[in-house]
Design a protein around this ligand. Sequence first.
Ligand SMILES: [Cu+2]
Length: 197
Amino acid sequence: MTRRLFSTLLLAASFAFAQQPAAPPAGHDTHAVDIPGLKKELFAGITEADFLKLSDKPKTVKVVLVATLTSANYGMNFNGYSHGKAVFTIPKDWTVEVTFINPSPIPHSAIVVEKDMTKKLQMGAPCFDGASVPKPEVGISLNKAEFQFVADEEGEYAFACGFPAHAINGHWLALNVSADAKAPTLQLGDKPAVDAK
Ligand SMILES: [Cu+2]
């Protein structure tokens, strides 16, 4: 099966499931056994502690987003979570350095948008300067990309996949920018929020 055909089939499947209630996330599982063709060396050694980490630079935090880390939500997850079930909270005016990794042959991407945009088929432009991989609508496969932005406005945002129809099918995590937050935190599923270290 060609990659293009496989992508088309996955997209078709994602549309078919779009009308069904969201399945609960399968939890954090470091093995993505059901998605064929993963370039696993791209995320080898990455653990939960890497998802959100303080940088050596002041008021700067590092985020790692791995698309298809598990087979949850047909691979349309970041770090094993989808549908906003992982929540990053970033203090206002902090710099966020994002490493996006897609070990899958199916294209995915990462772009910061307002949370409401995740209900749309297309994500449009990022809502902070530079807050996207190049050409998020085209996506990246079997590769990684880095970008950074300053979270200079409070609000409810999302790290969304910009590949058409992925965010509306759950391929996004929540991102809150808060003037009250003292430190960056990450909440994974039903676990308590944890400060970045
Ligand atoms: Cu995606």
